[in-house]
Design a protein around this ligand. Structure first.
Ligand code: MN
Length: 211
């Protein structure tokens, strides 16, 4: 089996986000759930034209698919992309955005605290499994939420950061208290530098195309 897709390494050690997200959660969420999506994607694309495509291309091509095989490929490809993006949205380091991100936050939400409150609300309101997102369009920020493996990226929307609100993301550390998980993650371990880089990429499409 060719296995074109790899489990991307985490940008920090397994225990680096504790106590907000424990190494125990990472041992299941990254080493089992995320890995299972990668393994399943490799199995599903074997011998198909998808085996030669980039992950983003597969997500674009299979988004909204009704064919059960393509839908299954979308679910696994979307989850691989979303998880890669989620891990990079988190950091144990104290990070700051930049002037462009800060002024976009002020313009859209009034303050960073107001943005965090809106993201937490989106995560709480997402019924069942899914994701809460900070996204940008033409430099203007907004909040989005998606179900299951859905991702704003599939609609050509520029993603700045995401929080996973599937139960597997928080149950070991917070049991059913999704709001407590959201409050801790959004207050303590968001990588604002990553969000600023993603906003800069939208503002500089030439660089985006080269990446
Ligand atoms: Mn997850």
């Amino acid at each position: 089996m060719s296995a074109p897709f790899k489990l991307a390494p985490l940008p920090w050690d397994d225990d680096a986000l504790a106590p907000t997200i424990s190494a125990h959660t990472i041992s299941f969420h990254y080493h089992k759930h995320h890995k299972a999506y990668v393994d399943m994607l490799n199995t599903l694309v074997e011998g198909t034209p998808y085996a030669d495509m980039k992950l983003e291309e597969i997500v674009h091509k299979t988004a909204g698919a009704t064919d059960p095989k393509d839908k299954k490929i979308f679910n696994n490809a979307g989850q691989v992309w979303n998880h890669d993006f989620y891990w990079r949205s988190l950091t144990p380091a104290k990070t700051e955005g930049d002037a462009t991100l800060d002024s976009a936050i002020t313009a859209a939400f009034g303050s960073k605290d107001a943005l965090i409150a809106k993201l937490a609300e989106a995560g709480k309101d997402q019924f069942g499994s899914g994701w809460a997102w900070l996204v940008s369009k033409d430099g203007k920020l907004s909040i989005d939420k998606t179900s299951n493996a859905e991702t704003p990226m599939a609609k050509g929307v520029n993603c700045l950061l995401t929080v996973d609100v599937w139960e597997h993301a928080y149950y070991l550390d917070y049991q059913n208290a999704r709001p407590k998980y959201l409050e801790a993650v959004l207050g303590k371990i968001i990588n604002w530098e990553f969000a600023a880089q993603n906003l800069a990429r939208e503002n500089n499409p030439v660089r985006a195309a080269a990446e």
